[in-house]
Design a protein around this ligand. Structure first.
Ligand code: ZN
Length: 141
């Protein structure tokens, strides 16, 4: 015989804190845990929104500054979180290497990375990483 929980004796417990759930609670967690979970989700989405806004405003440099991380970490986050195309995941190492050669021309960077210079130009545009020449030209004075 398969033993079944006694209908009256079975205690249902919160999946988060393991406290005993009230009999009329049909949820899998207690009310304080459910509320905590909802708040955490709200905070996470608000943070995500601010990071997206930072990226839209100033691309990777702005995102890195807002997150207080280096460029490589910001690139990783942007790809993993879907701010940048997720299909770039397999090229994260390339993107990071590109970010580490700001002085290289598109052609030189393309040779170093084994991609076309149009790919380099596209990556730099989408990441907000300008090449040395363009950055120097944009610098006032
Ligand atoms: Zn709980």
């Amino acid at each position: 015989m398969v033993s079944q929980p006694h209908p009256n004796g079975a205690e249902r417990r919160c999946s988060e804190c393991n406290c005993v759930l009230a009999r009329d609670n049909r949820d899998t967690m207690c009310w304080p845990c459910r509320r905590q979970r909802a708040l955490a989700a709200q905070e996470a989405s608000a943070l995500m929104l601010r990071r997206r806004e930072a990226f839209e405003h100033g691309r990777i440099p702005a995102l890195a500054e807002m997150m207080g991380v280096d460029t490589a970490e910001a690139i990783r986050y942007a790809v993993e979180s879907g701010i940048l195309p997720r299909r770039w995941r397999s090229q994260i190492d390339c993107l990071i290497r590109l970010s580490e050669m700001p002085e290289a021309s598109h052609v030189h960077a393309a040779q170093a990375l084994g991609v076309s210079r149009w790919t380099v130009a596209d990556w730099r545009r989408q990441l907000g990483l300008q090449s040395g020449q363009r950055r120097a030209a944009a610098r006032p004075g």
